[in-house]
Design a protein around this ligand. Structure first.
Ligand SMILES: Cc1cc2nc3c(=O)[nH]c(=O)nc-3n(C[C@H](O)[C@H](O)[C@H](O)COP(=O)(O)OP(=O)(O)OC[C@H]3O[C@@H](n4cnc5c(N)ncnc54)[C@H](O)[C@@H]3O)c2cc1C
Length: 383
């Protein structure tokens, strides 16, 4: 009998738990999932919470629902992973594992940017509720959307938030009295995803009257003068600032052998097994930026399926050498319009070139699919 421990009940951990529970039903193997939160949150809906379209209870489900499927759920803080001893320290107790999947995501660290107290963001549920109050108080003026650094959950989200704000302000008849500026390190909107996607996003932002300030690397916020300060000396005045907070991989004191100097776990990009020990897998936002994949739920999801398949095959003694297909698609919701981009990151993983990306569609109906996806996600993984 093996104990498979999963750290993190977010997008990656949840999918691994479900897949293993199905594949190991009727066996004596144990699946244990640990998370500090009693809930799984569907983060793509956080901007909708911030804009008042959804309540927090609608975008979360109890992780305990996994117990019906045969997964033991432990609520606790992961303090340390001791790879040589195959043990994890949770709530002051040492727990042993045979196979470990780590999907602890990223942590937001607002304190790393000077003056961040003057900004709002929907990158956590608490942040989304604070941002909602600020937007309700807003009566017109200049909204600036900024990005604190290149590593953050969901690279397309600031663009979506710009479009959704335009939509929400028009509904409140405040759009004529408002200006929306998106200040981003990209030279052109989403240019890292190639000209096809960048062209469509540029067109949507222009149609919505969102001014794009490219190559903007934010350095700090000046709360008194209400300025977003760039590394190149540019200063952007704001009445309301929405700022992607600094992120760091959530490593919870992992053993140093597992970490790169930038605090990302070192993994084999073909298997997501840790270089320090092949019985440990690391997936999702805590590892992807280090292997040039985006910090996105869809990537964590596909990695989770792939890793669970490796574990199932290993436990059943029939590993057939499946390879990971690094493809991702993500619906971008602009309030009254939506785009479905898709990227193949094979060349990124091979270090042979940029991703190959295209736009699969653009319509209001695609936006409905994004709204439905939340219900499908909960029904599939946490009912
Ligand atoms: C506003 C917003 C919009 C987004 N939109 C999209 C989208 O449209 N499409 C898309 O693909 N992705 C989107 N994402 C990104 C997506 O949600 C993440 O990339 C994805 O959830 C990452 O999965 P993960 O398993 O790596 O980490 P997470 O889902 O963050 O899960 C990590 C889990 O680990 C737990 N944890 C962390 N540290 C500890 C610890 N020390 N002890 C115990 N538990 C711990 C956390 O509580 C959490 O449950 C969005 C994110 C945000 C914030």
């Amino acid at each position: 009998m093996a104990r498979i421990m999963i750290l993190g009940g977010g997008s990656g951990g949840l999918v691994v738990a479900n897949k293993l529970a199905r594949g190991l039903r009727g066996t004596s193997h144990e699946i244990l999932l640990v998370d500090r939160s009693p809930y799984h949150y569907f983060m793509p809906s956080f901007p909708w919470v911030a804009l008042g379209f959804k309540e927090p209870e609608q975008v979360r489900r109890p992780l305990k629902n996994l117990e019906k499927k045969g997964v033991r759920v432990l609520q606790g803080e992961v303090r340390e992973i001791r790879i040589p001893e195959k043990r994890v320290r949770v709530n002051g107790e040492d727990l042993s594992y045979d196979l470990l999947v780590v999907s602890l995501g990223a942590e937001v660290k607002p304190d790393l940017m000077p003056g961040f107290e003057a900004a709002y963001h929907p990158w956590t549920i608490e942040g989304a509720l604070r941002m909602r109050e600020a937007i309700q108080r807003f009566e017109g003026g200049r909204i600036v959307i900024g990005v604190s650094g290149p590593y953050y959950r969901c690279p397309p989200a600031p663009y979506e938030i710009a479009g959704q704000l335009d939509f929400a302000l028009r509904a409140r008849r405040l759009r004529d009295k408002s200006e929306i500026v998106l200040a981003h390190p990209h030279p052109q909107p989403l240019s890292a995803m190639g000209p096809a996607i960048s062209g469509v996003i540029t067109e949507i932002l222009a149609a919505k009257g969102v001014r794009f300030e490219g190559n903007f690397h934010a350095r700090a916020i000046d709360p008194e003068r209400r300025l977003l300060l760039g590394q190149d000396g540019r200063e952007i005045p704001f009445d309301l600032l929405i700022m992607v907070p600094p992120h760091r991989p959530s490593v919870a004191g992992m053993c140093p052998g597992l970490l790169t100097p930038a605090s990302f776990p070192l993994v084999d990009p073909k298997t997501f097994r840790c270089l320090a020990d092949p019985d440990v897998f690391a997936i999702g936002d805590m590892v992807n930026p280090a292997i040039n994949l985006p910090a996105a739920g869809v990537v964590a999801h596909f990695q989770a399926e792939f890793v669970a398949n490796q574990i199932l095959a290993e436990l059943k003694g029939a590993y057939i050498g499946e390879s990971f297909t690094p493809v991702a698609m993500c619906i971008m919701d602009f309030g009254d319009d939506a785009v479905l981009p898709m990227c193949d990151f094979t060349r990124i993983l091979d270090l042979s070139g940029p991703p190959s990306c295209g736009v699969l569609g653009r319509s209001k109906a695609i936006r409905l699919t994004k709204m439905l996806f939340e219900s499908i996600w909960f029904a599939t993984y946490l009912s």
